[in-house]
Design a binder for this molecule. Structure first.
Ligand SMILES: Cc1cc2nc3c(=O)[nH]c(=O)nc-3n(C[C@H](O)[C@H](O)[C@H](O)COP(=O)(O)O)c2cc1C
Length: 352
């Protein structure tokens, strides 16, 4: 039993957002401190076979922190020291937002899942940029998730995304257009090709590169095909699949299952893997797979389905700070078992 498993019941006795605030405050204080060296020593798995080269960046391993965990970029360097190969901060919006009223984050313990309707609560592009300018960058690629400010009409969305990009441009190694969060009304309509194209063109004119798009698992296949076309036509760097779902599988058992918002964690795993496969069959751009990754087996399935990199959020909540180490060690065992020299050799192995 890990230490985290021992203390988890005490943590889970508190409301999820309270714990997240405490973790963020502690993490923010530890960010850039000597504690990171201790964490790296304990959690980093150094092995060339895990290294991934994607969209011009080198990742020391394929496992990253998904957007939403560190919305304001308060602890990217600390998160990297837990053995993650990249960290995506945000969603950041042009202006500070309080998000939806609380409670807005729910633990579905029986289902290894969360439901959230945070609504892009964040400090806004200016403050996040100032914070990043005053801290050492993480020793791993830093992604920035760009969100749309609430209330900004669709026709002004390109300017809104561009503002955030321009503020954060000096600090990020890759940028993600997030048009897939279910908690900003109308946001997912921007996945329609014409609307998305305007945003992408504007961001690219401003210099956003590498630029990725994050997909909703609830999108229609025809719209996903339109997105793939746009990614290829406009030379975008990759696709992240997927965000949370508004769907509620009949298998959910937790009392919170009827809460409004996006569902993440175990019940999303297969669905997001299906999207990875769908995308990998249609495009050669790198795919970042995310949704319900708790174990090396979960990550390996996504890699074999076509993901070059994998991210997680809910798994970190349920499995604790040792999750990247445990997945990376497990991945090495799978590579050996299946005769792959590197993790990149396993990408898309199930597609043939
Ligand atoms: C509380 C919470 C907040 C999130 N905020 C964002 C966000 O701001 N932008 C985004 O693109 N995804 C956000 N996500 C989605 C995650 O990045 C991820 O796509 C999703 O949770 C599925 O992965 P998981 O099952 O490993 O959690 C959020 C998820 C959670 C649980």
């Amino acid at each position: 039993m890990t230490l985290y498993q021992l203390i988890r019941p005490a943590l889970f006795a508190l409301p999820p957002e309270t714990i997240h605030r405490v973790v963020t405050q502690a993490g923010s204080a530890a960010n850039g401190s000597p504690i990171e060296r201790l964490c790296r020593h304990r959690y980093a798995v150094e092995d060339q076979r895990l290294a991934v080269q994607a969209f011009g960046q080198r990742f020391s391993n394929p496992i990253g922190v998904a957007a939403g965990f560190d919305k304001d970029g308060r602890m990217p360097s600390l998160l990297a020291s837990l053995g993650f190969g990249h960290v995506e901060i945000g969603g950041v919006t042009a202006h500070q937002q309080r998000g939806n009223p609380r409670p807005r984050l729910f633990r579905l313990g029986e289902d290894d899942a969360l439901i959230n309707r945070m609504g892009f609560n964040n400090k806004g592009a200016d403050r996040v940029a100032t914070r990043l300018a005053n801290t050492d960058p993480p020793k791993a690629p830093l992604g920035v998730n760009l969100g749309k400010s609430k209330g900004v009409p669709d026709q002004l969305a390109p300017e809104d995304y561009r503002y955030t990009y321009e503020r954060l441009a000096p600090h990020g190694d890759f940028f993600v257009v997030n048009v897939s969060s279910p908690n900003t009304p109308g946001l997912r309509d921007l996945q329609r090709r014409d609307r998305l194209e305007a945003i992408v063109t504007d961001l690219q004119e401003a210099g956003a590169d590498p630029l990725l798009i994050k997909l909703s698992p609830d999108v229609a296949e025809a719209d996903a095909e339109g997105i793939v076309d746009l990614v290829e036509d406009s030379d975008m760097a990759g696709v992240i699949a997927t965000n949370t779902t508004v769907d509620r599988p009949a298998s959910l058992r937790s009392p919170h299952r009827a809460e409004t918002g996006g569902l993440s964690g175990r019940p999303l795993a297969e669905r997001s893997t299906r999207w990875i496969r769908f995308l990998a069959r249609r495009t050669d751009v790198p795919i970042i797979g995310v949704g319900g990754v708790f174990t090396a087996h979960d990550a390996y399935r996504k890699i074999r389905a076509g993901a070059s990199l994998v991210q997680l959020y809910t798994g970190l909540v349920y499995r604790g700070p040792g999750i990247a180490r445990s997945i990376n060690n497990g991945l090495l065992r799978y590579l050996e078992r299946d005769g792959f020299t590197t993790v990149s050799d396993a990408v898309g192995a199930d597609l043939i």
